[in-house]
Design a binder for this molecule. Structure first.
Ligand code: ATP
Ligand code: MG
Length: 376
């Protein structure tokens, strides 16, 4: 794919013209590019991320090959030399539709910035009232609220790192979202596995970028989900390969946070016993999330039923009893959702106990199969 390709879907830059603009043409003062990679994927071509070590040199190189081309915002320029067909998107051009000359300033946005954009804070619409039960956890995080409002007051007594642990689907992620929403502060919700890079140094840089961005946007909350995936106890590291680089960078960042800054890290795991001892010791508080009681299960059922798309005619007390040892997620996904789908598949206009019983039966089959898979 060369730059004279006329694919209407992609605004391509024009065919090469004279290096000196004619009277009707305007000279580009500056253009800003983003490296976007190849326009196609081949199995044997790694969709490599370009690393430009010398920006000045890149500018000279770029100018030399794109001299005389017309630059349009949203268009593309393709490298023809070292990495043929590697694409660059034109993010800005001044003035619009102008010609690249010897004097055009060509800048390339930092790839590191793209990484940072990926880990930008998010906003959620969850409130504390949406979380049924977990009163202990809700109480314990009150201190974070106080701290975020007046970080300078706390100094060395600041809450900094808090660990949520407990069975899957009990509301850990929900509580972190509600906290950030309630305080109206940015939340960096990061799945720990997304911090594992392909190359040495990738993880350290990502973790560093994450903390740098959180500090810049402080007060802010970092929520690292499934932390055991990266900060695995040494005893289990052989299962996952070497994660010491990640553990070390994580410790460096945790220790480097200034308590006056207002950055709190909450990490979540299903099992604290899997955690690296040094990482675990950095968390001043370990908060357990428990399975809902019968009364809480009833509340979870009621809350979810309110939002269902068809009528529901079931004995909630009975379903609350039947769902012993199930988490909030199980009740929602395995029981209510399956019952709803079953009712739909039978072309019914309401969900009744038959659908619920079907869902319980299905969930037992699923559990049995999961256990079987573990031993096969
Ligand atoms: N305490 C609760 N109150 C109301 N709904 C709940 C509760 N716990 C879980 N749920 C339901 O289950 C879903 C999943 O909960 P959440 O993602 O917070 O679980 P988690 O503890 O983070 O699980 P995991 O350990 O697998 O990450 C929620 O979106 C919600 O619908
Ligand atoms: Mg979670």
């Amino acid at each position: 794919m060369k730059s004279n390709n006329k694919n209407p879907e992609i605004k391509m830059t024009n065919v090469k013209k004279n290096a000196t603009p004619t009277l009707e043409e305007i000279e580009a003062r500056k253009i800003k590019l983003e490296a976007v990679g190849y326009p196609f994927n081949f199995n044997y071509v790694e969709s490599a991320q370009l690393e430009i070590s010398d920006k000045k040199l890149f500018e000279e190189y770029a100018k030399e090959q794109w001299l005389g081309l017309e630059a349009k915002k949203g268009g593309y320029l393709f490298d023809q030399k070292i990495v043929p067909d590697y694409g660059f998107k034109i993010l800005e051009v001044e003035p619009e539709n102008s010609i690249i000359t010897e004097d055009t300033k060509i800048t390339l946005i930092d790839n590191k910035l793209t990484v940072k954009e990926e880990i930008s804070p998010l906003k959620y619409q969850i409130s504390f009232d949406d979380i049924i039960g977990q009163e202990n956890a809700k109480n314990k995080i009150k201190i974070i609220k106080e701290y975020m409002e007046k970080p300078e007051l706390f100094g060395q007594w600041a809450p900094q790192n808090i660990l949520f642990y407990g069975l899957p689907g009990t509301g850990k992620t929900m509580l972190a979202k509600a906290l950030s929403n309630n305080l109206n502060i940015p939340l960096y919700l990061v799945k720990a596995t997304s911090l594992i890079g392909d190359h040495v140094g990738d993880s350290a840089r990502q973790i560093h970028d994450l903390y740098e961005s959180a500090s810049k946007n402080a007060p802010s909350l970092i929520f690292i989900d499934e932390i055991d995936a990266i900060a695995l106890h040494r005893q289990y590291q052989s299962l996952r390969g070497d994660v010491s680089e990640i553990v070390n960078s994580f410790l460096t960042e945790l220790d480097g946070i200034n308590p006056n800054e207002g950055v709190v890290t909450i990490a979540a795991t299903n099992n604290v016993g899997f955690l690296d001892a040094a990482v675990r010791s950095r968390f001043e508080e370990e908060i357990e999330f428990t399975l809902p009681t019968e009364k809480e299960r009833k509340e979870i059922l009621q809350k979810n039923i309110e939002t269902m798309p068809i009528k529901i005619n079931i004995n909630i007390d009975k379903v609350a009893k039947m769902s012993k040892n199930m988490s909030g997620r199980d009740i929602k996904q395995k029981i209510l959702k399956t019952a709803l789908h079953h009712a739909f598949s039978q072309e019914k206009t309401e969900i009744n106990m038959k659908d619920i019983e079907y869902a319980f039966k299905q969930s037992k089959v699923k559990i049995k199969n999961e256990v079987k898979d573990m031993y096969e």
